[in-house]
Design a protein around this ligand. Sequence first.
Ligand SMILES: CSCCC(=O)C(=O)COP(=O)(O)O
Ligand SMILES: [Mg+2]
Length: 230
Amino acid sequence: MTMGGDYSTYLLDIEGTVCPISFVKDTLFPYFTKQVSQLVLQQDSGDSPISEILSQFYIEDKQQLQAHILELVANDVKDPILKQLQGYVWAQGYEAGQIKAPVYADAIDFIKRKDRVFIYSSGSVKAQKLLFGYVLDPNVATHDSLNLNAYIDGYFDINTSGKKTDAQSYASILRDIGVGAGEVLFLSDNLLELDAAAAVGMATGLAVRPGNAHVPDAQKYQIYKTFEDL
Ligand SMILES: CSCCC(=O)C(=O)COP(=O)(O)O
Ligand SMILES: [Mg+2]
């Protein structure tokens, strides 16, 4: 088989696959946690989307609510309500020019070059569109950013499709995309996600990027250090 195989459709994870884990852990999560106190204080101030999302935690006490959210972030819990909330908070940072996503240059090229590219991340669809809407341009020494959304054919998250470690989630995505499993290559840094996708017949590739966690059984998977050859 060639490095790239023969796929009509590509499904991409985000963190550790198209951008460094450090961007999420050292930029996105700290930006969010800095805003949490303010967010919680504003909870009664109206029917904004953020207040509506916060109410879904069903925690009345503001200190308890704040502690609960901080604990979810500290433990990187893929909680659907937290993920919705993060999207709204990060929007402020992206729109103010404070956050730009360091998507790998080969991933930018890949997304532009391939006809059918879909994204599946634990980050909400809103957060995904922001990330790809404000990409740090690797080729230009300016403060400009790239918008890759026009090159992406669809977005899936844990609200639309379920947990990334469940095979059923990939079956649901296949139904939504309307292709057979054998036509799809799913790329991720997480073996549990790759195994879940493989269980429904998708081809899988392990993204090995700088800063990713060591993968003990990496040799069992097709490894991609870059998407240049895909
Ligand atoms: C959409 S960017 C935010 C990333 C995030 O919140 C996250 O949990 C990363 O999950 P992934 O499935 O992309 O590894
Ligand atoms: Mg990942």
